[in-house]
Design a protein around this ligand. Structure first.
Ligand SMILES: C[S@@+](CC[C@H](N)C(=O)[O-])C[C@H]1O[C@@H](n2cnc3c(N)ncnc32)[C@H](O)[C@@H]1O
Length: 337
């Protein structure tokens, strides 16, 4: 490695500017600038250490560190963070790893949609004073209360309700709910691990990313396949289908966490179904459901978190699976978008 030279970069204002600008750079840009002089090298190094210490850039309540026991040249994975679904595909850069900004970014506030009855009158999600009911635990009176546990659909209070954000029937709306870490594996890349015991049925996190039209999802799917054929590339485009009550149609959600996403983008596939289950959760006053992850069984600290990506379709160019389960098919499922 070439040692960066001493530089005439001691003006405190210049250093302050560098500390404000460098956290917006991508890893290759940061690496390029860090070889220009010692001061910039030192700032870049402290940015890298801060990035390693929290993949969520303080968007979540607990830091989610990267650990790389393989010691390859990947100290962390670079992507833009969103704690919930977003349409903001114009987000190009994000402050990550600087010391200048100390306030935590705020979680985006859900914009409610008005639900009206046949006379055009606004229908509220719920008008309870206390959705948990008086006393302990959740009461059964709140109309928003959905199936809790391992069913495929859930519902919660939301911005269309009279209760506030502190309502107890909003389990999945406050971001990542358990302690996690992201660990590098030689064959699977980054893997998400539990950093605490998680009991069966507990909510962990939602799958956040860019919400795409089906046309755009198909375009990106093709593009990611091309990138993959040129070398190591990992995508996180998930297609979820919700069958509507008529049984004749389904709602299709295309969530791409490849460029903009949350920690759920690090969950790897396991052919035996893994230890996570998913559920689409609706909140009153929000148009689209969110895909939420729950513990399918008790999960021990230091256990990798996995789920099944879907049915295996034999493809000549299918990626090899290294889930290591006894029922491994040897190939990763791929979505036909
Ligand atoms: C949603 S990402 C998961 C995080 C990814 N490992 C990373 O490093 O960012 C999906 C990609 O992870 C890899 N992956 C997931 N499960 C795997 C498995 N069981 N065996 C091998 N690679 C896997 C594949 O490259 C896949 O395209």
């Amino acid at each position: 490695m070439v040692e960066p030279k001493e530089c005439n970069f001691n003006d405190p204002l210049l250093l302050q500017c560098a500390d404000l600008i460098l956290p917006y750079l991508t890893p290759p840009e940061l690496a390029n600038i860090s070889i220009t002089c010692k001061s910039l090298f030192n700032i870049s190094t402290s940015i890298t250490l801060l990035r390693i210490s929290d993949a969520s850039r303080t968007f979540e309540n607990l830091p989610i560190p990267f650990l790389n026991p393989t010691l390859d040249h990947h100290p962390y994975s670079y992507f833009l963070y969103t704690p919930s679904l977003t349409l903001a595909s114009n987000l190009q850069r994000q402050f990550w790893g600087g010391t200048s900004v100390i306030s935590r970014p705020s979680r985006p506030v859900l914009e409610p949609v008005s639900v009206v009855d046949e006379f055009g009158r606004k229908v509220w999600g719920c008008v309870c004073e206390d959705c948990g009911g008086s006393g302990s635990g959740l009461g059964s009176e709140c109309g928003c209360l959905g199936l809790d546990g391992l069913g495929e659909l859930g519902s919660e209070c939301g911005p269309g309700c009279l209760c506030g954000p502190e309502c107890v029937n909003r389990f999945t709306q406050n971001g990542v709910a358990v302690r996690l870490k992201i660990v590098r594996d030689r064959r699977k890349g980054w893997c998400l691990y539990a950093d605490q015991f998680i009991r069966k049925g507990q909510f962990l996190f939602e799958y956040a990313g860019e919400l795409l039209t089906t046309k755009e999802a198909q375009r990106r799917h093709q593009h990611y396949d091309e990138l993959r054929s040129h070398g190591c590339f990992s995508s996180a485009l998930l297609v979820v289908r919700e069958h509507l009550p008529s049984g004749k149609a389904c709602l299709r959600l295309n969530i791409d966490a490849t460029r903009i996403g949350n920690v759920a983008r690090f969950v790897n596939h396991s052919c035996d179904g893994g230890n996570l289950s998913t559920k689409l959760v609706r909140s009153s006053g929000v148009l689209l459901p969110r895909l939420c992850f729950y513990a399918l069984k008790d999960i021990q600290e230091d256990e990798e978190l996995t789920f099944s990506y879907g049915e295996i379709r034999k493809r000549a160019d299918g990626l090899p699976c290294f889930c290591n389960s006894s029922s491994c098919f040897g190939i990763l499922p791929s979505e036909d978008t």
